[in-house]
Ligand binder design. Structure first.
Ligand SMILES: Nc1ncnc2c1ncn2[C@@H]1O[C@H](COP(=O)(O)OP(=O)(O)OP(=O)(O)O)[C@@H](O)[C@H]1O
Ligand SMILES: [Mg+2]
Length: 376
């Protein structure tokens, strides 16, 4: 562990019934001031891990250290209030009979005896969060977004070593979700608090985080910065979870050279793709191939003589207008007069580059044709 680690999760295991493991031994660190998201599908163990960190669950193995102090092991566990963490839940969990001011002040009562100092601190935080005018209001008089800001203020007031968020936006409507998302992000930067943010929504994780911890079935699949995880996923699961893409199954035709392999998909399409260093892909190895919707373009839009491109014919069956982007859905077709459909394919563009019924050549850089060892 380094001096800047606000949180160290070391081989943490958790079983509720002694047989199935909700956490299989996960490890990662969150640095001081960092914003880390825990991302993964329902049931993968995100809330379990967050509750272990908060001290609301015990761990079955491994250790958790918060602010340099061991907080959890299978043998001993600090109480939640001894851990110096702030929590923001999906349900705001505000006290309905207390004013906004009292709700936010509450955790300070145990830390700061001087009432004037408490008042100053609460007032300052409320105005930072745009709640200055609501100090004497009750939660029921506030909108959902305002209530969530009160919950955030209450989580932050005690200067916690880390703020834990569990899907805090899921009760808000889409427009509000976007604004609260950006608010949390800008506050985290401005106030430099450390955050661990649980979500199953990839766009929240990508927009807000310095780093993303991707989980599946109690294991960590990949830890990376958002852009890296989007563009260089560790495997098919990460690729699929982080964004939309075309997938093919295939077999290696020639072993990797300079990180590139030649392969043939199950439909008979020959492609050149990029593998991760260290991927053992001998001839005939089964692989998954991924091409993101945004990484394919009509060949007429790439410069003449540009190399390192897979090229194939596509027939467009549907054009879907999605606001900023148009989605072109169709089939890759055989490169002969028959133009037989071979496999479904989709790409996106900001421009109306094709119409329904068009057959056009598509280009995809080798570097954007990602090849993963097939997980059985
Ligand atoms: N109190 C509990 N008792 C027994 N099993 C539990 C308990 N809480 C969670 N589990 C199990 O542990 C696993 C992980 O659950 P967890 O709530 O951590 O998932 P999650 O990633 O937060 O999912 P979601 O996105 O749906 O909130 C699941 O298989 C779940 O059924
Ligand atoms: Mg959960």
């Amino acid at each position: 562990m380094t001096a800047q680690s606000a949180l160290v999760i070391d081989t943490v295991k958790k079983t509720y019934d002694g047989r199935r493991f909700a956490l299989n031994g996960v490890s990662f660190e969150v640095h001081q001031g960092e914003f880390v998201s825990l991302l993964g599908p329902s049931g993968c163990g995100k809330t379990t891990l967050l509750r272990c960190i908060a001290g609301l669950e015990t761990v079955s193995g491994g250790t958790i250290s918060i602010g340099g102090r061991q907080a959890s092991s299978a043998k001993s566990s600090l109480q939640p209030h001894e851990r110096n963490v702030g929590m923001v839940f999906q349900s705001y969990a505000l006290w309905p009979h207390m004013t906004v001011f009292r709700n936010v002040e509450y955790p300070l009562l145990f830390i700061e005896r001087d009432g004037a100092k408490r008042e100053k601190k609460v007032s300052e935080l409320l105005s930072m969060l745009g709640l200055g005018g609501f100090a004497s209001a009750h939660p029921f008089e506030l909108s959902g977004g305002q209530q969530q800001r009160v919950a955030l203020a209450r989580a932050l007031i005690g200067d916690p070593a880390i703020v834990l968020f569990d899907e805090p936006l899921s009760n808000l409507d889409a427009a509000l979700r976007d604004s609260v998302k950006l608010l949390i992000r800008s506050l985290a930067r401005e106030m430099n608090f450390t955050s661990l943010y649980v979500t199953h929504d990839r766009s929240e994780a990508l927009v807000m985080s310095d780093r993303v911890v991707l989980m599946n079935e109690g294991d960590i699949v990949q830890i990376a910065e958002p852009l890296t995880m989007f563009e260089a996923p560790a495997g098919k699961f990460a690729g699929k979870f982080l964004g939309e893409a075309n997938f093919f199954r295939g077999r290696i035709l020639s072993p990797p050279s300079d990180g590139l392999v030649r392969l043939r998909t199950a439909e008979g399409l020959e492609l050149v793709g990029t593998t991760k260093p260290g991927t053992a892909s001998q001839n005939d190895a089964a692989v998954d191939v991924m091409i993101r919707f945004g990484h394919a373009t009509p060949a007429k839009h790439v410069g003449p003589g540009e190399e390192g491109l897979n090229r194939f014919q596509m027939r467009v069956k549907d054009v879907i207008f999605g606001g900023e982007l148009l989605q072109f859905v169709g089939d890759i077709v055989s490169d002969d007069a028959a133009a037989q459909p071979i496999a479904p394919f989709t790409f996106i563009s900001t421009q109306p580059v094709a119409k329904v019924g068009d057959t056009l050549e598509i280009a995809v850089p080798y570097a954007r044709t990602l090849v993963f060892e097939e997980v059985p």
